[in-house]
Design a protein around this ligand. Structure first.
Ligand code: AMP
Ligand code: TRP
Length: 336
């Protein structure tokens, strides 16, 4: 059995980047007959990670519920996978401490996302939470607690999964074979969806200005406006060139990801930016339509979503518990 694990942070509304880079892969994978056992695919709303930067408690709670509802709306089937909330399963933080005793201060300070977010928090005068530094260790615990083989994520998580692999190998070398060494998987197209207004930065849900971000729950008219106003590049030729034409290339990638076409081949089909934007807007609207509609149905019955999460947490616990117990023993702690 190949086990898959991945997660999403409730720090903002889910975006098209989350969907194309990660969530869609999770849903596609659960259609694979080899992965139809619920304990073979686990997906998690990683709420503890949302506390690493300034946060509003009520908002985190609301966004956690919304993220879980959206994952179901996007097609995760609770009969075929395990959907749960990180803070409901203690094994994550239990294991994180052992991994803090495995990781070094230097390797965490080198993480790109830490450096960027720490600089941002400092500039805002917020102070940097210690948990922002140790965040990748908790993420490693999320993954290793389930003896995960594959971690389907967007490009921006590559470095964190590399660290997870390093920690697993190091722990195994020091204390004996305990953890499965996981690998990251990325979609072929749209592993890094860029902001429509700032196509050299990632489309990120926690950005302050939303004009360049398509949210999964945006109304069709809003999606159309955002895509039609996307920043394009100087010159008029439509070419797939990430360095020279980041705006147009982002649109081509998004359109390709929506339609299953090859982004380079698509470039040859367009003579103007306007036509490309129009087709991209319509493709995104059609892609998101069923997700939005299903979300509205599911959101009307929050008790049903909670039931799925409770059952998910129980199953997740039963998978993680023996792995984490083994790690406690291996590292030298006395059995209770
Ligand atoms: P996050 O929003 O940081 O919790 O990310 C959840 C998942 O979505 C992770 O696997 C990310 O790599 C992926 N993701 C987030 N933003 C993007 C983006 N702009 N393009 C592609 N994947 C993304
Ligand atoms: N750090 C990831 C992100 O920002 C979210 C995450 C937390 C995650 N734990 C994980 C992703 C475990 C995959 C596996 O997107």
């Amino acid at each position: 059995m190949t086990r898959v694990f991945s997660g999403v942070k409730p720090t903002g509304h889910l975006t098209l980047g989350n969907y194309l880079g990660a969530v869609r892969q999770w849903v596609a994978g659960s259609g694979d007959p080899a992965r139809q056992r619920p304990e073979a695919a686990l997906f998690c709303v990683v709420d503890l990670h949302a506390l690493t930067v300034e946060h509003d408690p009520a908002r985190v709670r609301r966004l956690s519920r919304q993220a879980a509802t959206l994952l179901l709306a996007a097609g995760l089937d609770p009969e075929r996978c395990t959907l749960f909330v990180q803070s409901h399963v203690d094994e994550h933080t239990r294991l994180a401490y052992l991994l803090e005793c495995t990781a070094s201060d230097g390797e965490l300070r080198r993480m790109i996302q830490y450096r960027e977010k720490a600089a941002k928090a400092q500039a805002a005068g917020d102070g940097v939470r210690l948990s922002l530094l140790t965040y990748p260790v908790l993420m490693a615990a999320d993954i290793l607690a389930y003896a995960t083989d594959e971690v389907p994520v967007g490009e921006d998580q590559r470095q964190h999964v590399e660290l997870t692999r390093d920690l697993a190998v190091r722990f195994n070398q020091r204390y004996g074979q305990t953890f499965t060494v996981p690998r990251a998987t990325h979609p072929e197209v749209a592993a890094r969806v860029m902001d429509l207004q700032e196509p050299t930065s990632k489309m990120g849900k926690s950005h302050d200005v939303g004009a360049g971000i398509v949210y999964l729950l945006d109304e069709p008219e809003v999606v159309r406006k955002k895509v039609m106003r996307a920043v394009t590049d100087s010159g008029s030729g439509v070419a797939h060139d990430r360095e020279g034409k980041p705006g147009v290339t982002n649109l081509l990638d998004i359109l390709a990801a929506c339609t299953g076409a090859d982004p380079r081949a698509l470039a040859g089909e367009y003579g103007s930016y306007g036509a490309l934007k129009k087709d991209t807007a319509e493709a995104v609207i059609e892609l998101l339509r069923p997700v939005r509609e299903r979300h509205a149905e599911l959101a009307a019955d929050p008790a049903a979503v909670e039931k799925v999460l409770r059952a998910g947490a129980e199953r997740a616990r039963s998978v993680a518990r023996p792995v984490v117990d083994r790690a406690y023993e291996a590292i030298g702690l006395l059995a209770p």
